[in-house]
Ligand binder design. Sequence first.
Ligand SMILES: Cc1ncc(COP(=O)(O)O)c(C=O)c1O
Length: 392
Amino acid sequence: MIPSILPTYNRAPFSFVSGSGSWLTSDDGRRFLDLGAGIAVNSLGHAHPKLVAALTAQAGQLWHTSNLYHIPAQHKLADQLVDLTFADTVFFTNSGTESCELAVKMARKYFYDKGQPERVEIIAFEGAFHGRSSAGIAAAGAEKLTKGFGPLLPGFVQLPFADHDALHAAVNEKTAAILIEPIQGEGGIRPVPDHCLKGLRDFCDSHGILLIFDEVQCGVGRTGKLFAHEWAGIDPDIMMVAKGLGGGFPIGAVLANEEAASGMGAGTHGSTYGGNPLGCAVASAVLDEVAAPEFLAEVSRKAGALRQGLEGLVAQYPDVFEGVTGAGLMLGLKCKASNMDVVTAGYDCEVLTVPAAENVVRVLPALTISNAEIAQALERLETAAQTVQSAQ
Ligand SMILES: Cc1ncc(COP(=O)(O)O)c(C=O)c1O
């Protein structure tokens, strides 16, 4: 008999009843050190007092009015994002994949309005993940996402990761945009080198096409800059955001410069819940914390310590691990053993990590993880590695 929850997930055999900072308490009373942060969502950990205060204050005042009216919390959050980034304008969504939907629509509408309606094609990359909507799966293109869900939304091509010749060959008079994650998350924590991001910016400029960054997983402070592309010193035209922006409250956003957004007038897009007062109040509080230069500097410092510790584990357990990938607090342990075995062994010593493609274990802690918690994380991961090694 089908379960009451549509069985689209293989879930771990426990659930959590409460959380605080980097810790989660399970229904059987165990305390887990959370190095997954709800897949890069709980940017400030669990039950951060400032987020709880922002949510409860807004909850006692007003939950929802719809986008038929001005929403002060939405204006505040949009102004924050515009002040902090390349963007001139923002549309709020409820998730990463909804941000993908709008990013694609915006790029196509831009060229339609410029009298180039044939420019509809979006170039994306193998190993990418842009969510589970029809546009998201068509953009990523992998069979594991698309099989059985055809006909797929047309107008997407996928190129091998980091293949410059393929990129030159793929662009033509139908191309509208390049869509890329500065660091692939689900694809196995695969960073695009800064010089490649710069190269893509130049390439888009010289071909008159738009550059879309998907920072749903790598954005909002995770790499030690507010957005990962800032390390490369270039800007996209359109950027997808979600996950860490709400710190656990569902909210996403599409950020764009004025030119790229020029096709999106009244009636061209909408969302009942997008930019709802509750989500915006929480996201504003997240940005107040995360965008502070001293907070971002701490992320980089802690990331250095965590990475060094993980490199040590790789050296100590060469039969289990192969190397460390990623940037900032978006790290991946490339495994020789099965990554799922490492994740599962972690459950037994109360440490949570997240599997990804390419046999990688993702380490995506709350950005507020402390030095002591990093030390505990490394100890627990070592115990997990011992378990996996002795089972080999
Ligand atoms: C890079 C990237 N884009 C888009 C998405 C989709 O986000 P959501 O699950 O909120 O729809 C994800 C989710 O993992 C992601 O990692």
